[in-house]
Design a protein around this ligand. Structure first.
Ligand code: HAM
Length: 416
């Protein structure tokens, strides 16, 4: 009989499986983000992965590349066009517009959604990622821009980064727009110019210079001596009041989305093996106007888990994996299993995470399984232990042993 073709164990192209160690690392990333943004007074919100496709096609939200080439859009059974969200900003703008009268402003919101983009998978780019979104609505103050940038900075510091590990580059849509007016570029040329600025560093520098020349823009015009007023204001708050030493003006920072209207920023990794934009954001004044008569200004950023992983990996900042399970109960023989189950129940009632072996394999193999799971301790439950009421907790990494009465066990594991 012909052997039946097996299904692939690989996940869909560009997305990831999270085995327990990967999931623990992701959880660490999400918990670190959460802790920092909540310290700044941001409240969590959530929404569905599914959005009507028109949300991204609407005027203002439109980002040609993301919508035409990178969206996962399909027809549902009712013939409606649905998109797996490629970003969170249109969603949060919709939610803010939807309850504008009930919500208090300034409004500080955060979420860590899973987002989807049909991109060519490469280092730092996948088709699915988790993205921290931090957004502040209802303020025009430069201090609001500075605050979200300070949140981004503090997230980096919480991951163990030093100031020299990253640079926060601030650009200005106002500056680019005034340049466009000054040079006299028409609509199509202006779009080309913005795209070109956004691509600088991603395309060869001579190609950049060539395209710049074609548009009739001199390189000097891109590097004014002083930052424009909006950037200067934010920079001075960051530097003088918040003590942030790695924020600079960079007229080349422009960002891909059309909805940005003011100061925009990107955080760059300074490591030579990883020198790229890690994440970014900016001010957008008009997005809620898509849904509502009155517009609420917003400023925020999105930070993905993929680029921060690379950042942590090249610096040895990835925390070691330890599972939540503290102890594995191995059964010396099939007859000890019920005693092991009972002991596990008692320990769990005390709040200790315990896994139990069902005694189907030799003791050595049971212990090997515990070691593969990286569970720190094993206790062998056998007739002797049951009779005496004392147990030996063996540390699988060091080989060290602690002899404990049943009563002392929970205390021991709770204090690990
Ligand atoms: P974005 O720059 O498109 O901005 O994405 C934000 C961050 O998400 C990126 O800098 C990167 O860390 C991560 N990211 C984006 N695409 C991918 C991908 N294909 N694979 C891995 N990571 C990725 C936005 O999405 C804006 N909505 C952010 C924002 C929020 N602006 C204001 N508020």
């Amino acid at each position: 009989m012909a052997k039946k073709e097996k299904l692939s164990v690989e996940p869909y192209k560009g997305v990831r499986d999270f085995y327990p160690e990967d999931q623990a690392f992701l959880n660490y990333i999400l918990a670190t983000m959460r802790e920092v943004v909540e310290r700044f007074g941001y409240a969590e919100y959530h929404a569905s992965i599914l959005e009507p496709a028109e949300l991204y096609k609407g005027k203002g939200v439109e980002n040609e590349e993301i919508i035409n080439d990178q969206s996962y859009t399909f027809l549902d059974r009712g013939g409606r066009e649905v998109t797996l969200r490629p970003e969170m900003t249109p969603t949060v703008a919709r939610m803010v517009a939807g309850k504008r009268r009930e919500l208090g402003f300034p409004l500080r919101l955060y979420s860590i959604p899973n987002v989807f983009r049909y991109e060519r998978p490469q280092r730092g780019r996948l088709r699915e990622h988790w993205q921290l979104n931090v957004d502040l609505f209802g303020s025009n103050a430069a201090a609001a821009d500075a605050e979200v940038i300070a949140v981004a900075y503090s997230v980096m510091i919480a991951f163990g980064a030093k100031e020299s590990d990253f640079t926060i580059k601030l650009g200005s849509r106002n500056f680019t727009d005034s340049l466009i007016t000054k040079i006299g570029l028409d609509g199509a040329q202006a779009a080309k110019f913005r795209r070109l600025l956004d691509q600088r560093g991603k395309i060869p520098e001579n190609k950049f210079m060539e395209d710049l020349a074609t548009l009739g823009v001199a390189l000097e015009m891109l590097s004014p001596e002083k930052p424009p007023k909006d950037v200067a204001e934010v920079l001075s708050i960051l530097t003088d009041e918040m003590g942030i030493g790695n924020a600079v003006f960079d007229p080349g920072v422009i960002r891909g989305f059309n909805y940005y209207t003011g100061v925009v920023f990107e955080v760059f990794d300074t490591h030579p093996d990883n020198s790229r934009a890690m994440f970014g954001g900016g001010r957008y004044e008009n997005l809620t106007a898509l849904f509502d008569e009155e517009q609420v200004p917003g400023v925020g950023f999105g930070m993905g888990d993929v680029t921060i992983r690379d950042f942590l990996a090249v610096r040895g900042l990835v925390p070691p994996y330890t599972p939540r399970t503290r102890v594995y109960l191995a059964a010396a023989s099939a007859t000890s299993v019920s005693a092991a189950l009972a002991l596990a129940g008692e320990l769990r009632a005390e709040g200790i995470a315990v896994a139990v072996d069902f005694g189907e394999k030799k003791l050595g193999d049971q212990i090997k399984a515990a070691a593969k799971h990286k569970i720190p301790y094993v206790i062998v439950v056998g007739p002797d232990e049951i009779a005496k009421g004392t147990y030996v907790a063996r540390n699988l990494e060091t080989g060290g042993e602690a002899v404990l009465t049943k009563e002392a066990l929970s205390e021991f594991f709770l204090n690990l």
